[in-house]
Write a protein that binds this ligand. Structure first.
Ligand code: UDP
Ligand code: MG
Length: 315
């Protein structure tokens, strides 16, 4: 009888043919050292290079250990991870790792030890960010400050997706079917006893990062709108205070006209007020639009991802 699956090492990869040959032996070694109930599950997030061929080769070499899902196109890392989580056998814990070696697989046994000691979630916290430019570190720090000021779900700073998620937390995560996803926030939202695990984030083994600043900015907006409605309230208050200001200004104009008459001056002040209010209205509409757009995407109820091919090891 085959042993049941206890732990799945989940790796989402998009165009990682350069990194995977170095990464796979390390993952496999860790899985083998941890015992027969440990699997490696890849999700090919619509790669256009040799990633799927590499994965197929890994499966052919050790079909009991390794499985892979191939998405029908590039859905992005958050949805690729979701697809992977959906295919984890019930009762198994998951460790999420990057395909590029930035989250060293050699640390997994220590995370597993913490899980066995009682933590449901063990999340990696980056003590060093090797090979990341100052600007990326600064913007990341600013992002965590903003989102934690706005969101009711505390999101630990300097954490990535590298983490061990216990079976109960995996089950809970599977229940969150929103389309606009910010995994770090969802991980935090499900709760459970979580412990931080400090590690040095290694540089990529090969290839280049696919998260440029524009993508990170969009992910940040996703995180903030997904976990906070404070921006909507800000729009309300900005509107309220500018309306109060406009009212006071109106009173002042009436009084001034009554006392000194109306010499038809005031074109500059009129233009300033119109421009200011116009700007504020557009900003408030923009914020409402961000939320409305997300509501629209959710309302369509599309599947989160589409699988082209699944090659899973027998449970
Ligand atoms: N990734 C993915 N889909 C994408 C983009 C990235 O699955 O659309 C994977 C990528 O293959 C890697 C991980 O997400 O395993 C992290 O990506 P990357 O190293 O580019 O980001 P960074 O580490 O710079 O944040
Ligand atoms: Mg990386």
């Amino acid at each position: 009888m085959k042993p049941t699956v206890e732990l799945v090492l989940l790796v989402a990869a998009h165009n990682e043919e350069a990194a995977l040959p170095a990464m796979h032996p390390r993952l496999l070694a860790v899985a083998e050292a941890l015992g027969p109930g440990v699997r490696v599950l890849y999700v090919d997030d619509g790669s256009r290079d040799g990633t799927w061929a590499l994965m197929s080769g890994f499966i052919a070499a050790t079909p009991d250990r390794v499985g892979a899902l191939r998405l029908s196109r590039n859905f992005g890392k958050e949805l690729a991870l979701t697809a992977g989580l959906d295919h984890v056998p019930p009762g198994a814990a998951v460790v999420v790792l990057d395909a590029d070696g930035q989250d060293p697989p050699e640390l997994v046994p220590a995370m597993v030890a913490r899980w066995r000691a009682g933590a449901e979630v063990v999340f990696g916290r980056r003590s060093e960010r090797h090979g990341e430019p100052l600007l990326k570190r600064a913007t990341a720090a600013a992002f965590y400050r903003v989102i934690n000021a706005l969101s009711d779900t505390p999101i630990p700073r300097d954490t990535g997706d590298f983490r061990l998620i216990g079976p109960r937390a995996v089950e809970a995560l599977r229940g969150l079917r929103e389309r606009q996803r910010f995994m770090k926030g969802l991980f935090a939202w499900v709760g459970f006893r979580a412990e931080a695990f400090d590690y040095e984030r290694a540089p990529r083994v090969a290839g280049a990062s696919q998260f440029n600043y524009w993508r990170l900015w969009n992910l940040a907006i996703e995180g903030i709108t997904g976990f906070s409605t404070v921006p909507l309230r800000v729009a309300t208050y900005v509107g309220l205070f500018s309306a109060l200001g406009a009212f006071a200004f109106g009173v002042w104009i009436i009084l001034r006209t009554l006392m000194w008459g109306d010499p038809v001056a005031g074109w500059p002040s009129l233009m300033v007020v119109i421009a200011l209010l116009g700007g504020l209205q557009l900003m408030a509409l923009g914020i409402i639009g961000e939320y409305l757009g997300r509501l629209y995407l959710e309302a369509k109820q599309r599947p989160l991802y589409i699988i082209d091919e699944a090659r899973l090891p027998a449970a």
